[in-house]
Design a protein around this ligand. Sequence first.
Ligand SMILES: [Mg+2]
Length: 375
Amino acid sequence: MHDLQQTITGFETWHLALPVTSARDHGIGRVEGTCEIVVLALTADGGETGWGEASPWVVFTGSPEATKAALDRYIKPLVLGRRVADRGQIMAEAARAVAHCTEAKAALETALLDLTGRILGIPVYALLGGAAPDDLRIPLSVSLANPDFDQDHLLLERLREDGVRLVKLKTGFSTHAFDIERLEALAVAFPEFNVRVDYNQGLEPDEALARVRDVAHLKPDFIEQPVRAHLYDLMHEIRQSIDVPLLADESVFGPEDMDRALQSGIADGVSIKIMKAGGLTRAQTVARMAATRGLMAYGGDMFESGLAHLAGAHMIAATPEITLGCEFYQAKYYLKEDILEEPILYEAGAIVVPERPGLGHRPDRDKLQAYRKPI
Ligand SMILES: [Mg+2]
């Protein structure tokens, strides 16, 4: 039955706590021990299953508890008994049924697309507009956020060997001197890397201008989100005072924010995430709105497993407006173990988007059981 008339009969969720290899500091918070995600499985009659992941970070987008409740209580009744063909309608109803909870909606759309792609025998990127062969290798950026910079040195050596050439230094969680010192050390010891800087909202308004100007003198590719998300006027002022591109991340979740950000001139580019936008198609809309006004777009992520990486990678492969690479590194460089049955392929500093049906990989059910967060 290739006309997508199958009924969705199964809706299962897992709240997982995935062990990580080190602490990471970002401007707005620290991750330590584990990161928490919610996995969704939708099963259609005929037995095919589609998978999706929600990757909330409590200080950024929302909590795993709210995400799981959004899925189990408010979204599940909209999905069970519907046809696989009803994807667009289901997404529109989910948007109205529960406010915010963008990660839950991203998981829902991912699972619906994965299910559709598996039934039709085509990859998710083909459902989102298709991709040229070159678009199936997306340059990988790895974030440096270890409070112990010596540990990041070891990571950098591994990255160099693996062919990775993009890194993003997380700044604004310690002293300004520590940020400058690390940027200068990177330029000397690792000149082959293109360096980006991300404050994750870490600067106070009274210190932001001077600090960002200092960093801009060191010529990173771009500087991301130096101040709190809602400080649009200050973002605009900082943008006017530096000659490297300023990127918005936390200031722009979905198309509604993008519209306001474009009107306010807060950035030269935007970090696009399916977890912020509330799905893959809304993320594509954000990228296209940005491109219309000449803004660059970058493929950001949250603290994710390989399942969400795949969703983001399929979306980017089908969105040529996203030109600055992606940061789907956690599955390989940060989690102690990913949840997929077989690992995602990374080659020569790029993530390789699978050409198989759906997302191209499935989670390992034994791992879902093993990493289930005890209630
Ligand atoms: Mg960011």
